[in-house]
Design a protein around this ligand. Sequence first.
Ligand code: GZL
Ligand code: ZN
Length: 343
Amino acid sequence: MNRIRKITGLGVAFGAFLFLAGCGSQKTPGPETSVSQQFETEMDENLIAVGFSQVGAESDWRAANTESIQSALTPENGFYLIYEDAQQKQENQFKAIRNFILQEVDYIVLSPIVETGWDTVLQEAKDAGIPVILVDRKAQVDEALYTCWIGADFESEGRHAGEWLEQYLDAQGRADEEIHIVTLQGTLDSSAQLGRTKGFAGVMAGHDNWKMLEMRDADFTQAKGQEVMESLLQKYDDIDVVVCENDNMAFGAVDAIREFGGSCGPDGEITILSFDAVSAAFGAMIAGEINVSFECNPLHGPKLQEIIKALEGGGAVDKIQYMEETYFDTSMDLEELRKTRAY
Ligand code: GZL
Ligand code: ZN
């Protein structure tokens, strides 16, 4: 599968420009380019060229995911990685994938920001004979359009959150109390949002005394989490539980609650459930700001490396590959546990 590629030093977009402007992807740039830094990098044909379209840099989790993949797909490990940050715009992922196709990479790795809209561009990759590996989030396409998917079981994360809340309220003698809940949702239509919302709702259905006051999109960012929580605090005068679909939104919610004069965490009025379990979430639990965080393992790099090497060797790989994950709450020795964490 290895193909010698000339990758212009000005990067993928410029290569696409030359091709689309009729200059051809391999020809010497014409007068319209007249750039002095134009240079070609003769790719070592032994390196496996991988184009990686990442969602963005919206959260601590995302940064850890990017770092894991970049540190696995290195030239020392036999890879030439082209990394594109889509800045949380699906349109930018479409462009990145089309550039990867023009560059004739050996594999495309994609974390689809939302689940829908991928049929056309993934068909183009298939027509170009380039295998696509999905990481983190899923795409609602014919499974023939991707080789495999690595990620978390988001619905089980949501279910575990509901089950945790059941036992937490029981322990407080509040099993029959009317519990008022709001949810800060992640990017709507993303697999993490869909799964976590659905998993928690499944447990909630068993509790007539749990009332979901409102669920609102806070896009997995801390700023949006604070803004949405401020608005919910203005609107509802009795919020008992906040379900935050990632840690960064939880950090924003804590700031909003504190600024509003409320209290949260194990010793506060408002119980905060979160997802990802990044290092800063351990800090927030140790500081008594949030109650629990459900891990979502971002360390896809080693598994991705293993999968691509297996494919290069002509091996088959499982279509769906779940990451191992658990949860952490303030009943645990978080100072010690935090030392064992890679992100
Ligand atoms: C989960 C990932 C989510 C994280 C957020 O696998 O898709 O996106 O939970 C991140 O922190 O923004
Ligand atoms: Zn209440």
